[in-house]
Design a protein around this ligand. Sequence first.
Ligand SMILES: O=C(O)CCC(=O)C(=O)O
Length: 268
Amino acid sequence: MRRLHAEERAHLDEKGYVVIKGLYSEDEVRDIRHEFEKEWMDLIRDQTFTQEKARPLTSLFYPVRDRHLVNERLKKLMLDPRNFSLIEDILGEEPLAVGTGCFYKAPGAEVLPFHQDNYDIGVTPGTTWAVWISLDEATKENGALRFVPGTQQMELQPPRLPAHISTYGQAVRVPKGYVIDDVPTSPGDAVLFNGQILHGSNANQTSYQFRRAFVTHFTSIEVKKVFVHYNSLFNRHGEIVKRKLNKAHKLQFEKPFLRQQDRSTSSP
Ligand SMILES: O=C(O)CCC(=O)C(=O)O
């Protein structure tokens, strides 16, 4: 079973994220891309994606979440034993898969602002862990991931913009004194990071290069409450596991936004 090598572990401990080079083979990457293409065609066919005048290309390639619930092939990819053994190695506990995301990041796609995954996923106690698989050559120019090392220890922060205002969801300010790492990846590399670390991705400034990725979010079997899919988590055998709904999810962050909105609507 795949465990972290010593230098991968050291990088993760220091920076809060680690790239596992070539975890998936070329054939496997081709296979995942093919699954994306099928998903995409279905989404065009059922008009989930329709072309918007203002965004003629990117409007056809929004991220697609949680298709593992309806697509057996994506479910199998989510349950890959390499993902489970690496996350188990990090957690020291049995993992549960929470959800998946297919990111197409088409040419022209905007910056994905810095955010913390557990803000949306809402697991407690503890946090989430992502296995983000690169399906293309990802560079600073076409939308490589970016991380703020050191923030992996941070509590969840109030986002600068609430999800319903920002195009891509929450946006958290980079705290003073922290630096940003741009993290280029190749097809088959997997990037592992927790749900506290500030991360996002660069804009895709190219005209013709996609930057696709398939991500699965995990948590520990010890978790008591979850917001997202609290009643449809998956263990490594593909069996559904349930936890309590985290009703307090985001509550501590709602008030400042409400106050801000009140101010803006009441001002002349
Ligand atoms: O692939 C991306 O652009 C962002 C991925 C991300 O933020 C995540 O998986 O949490």
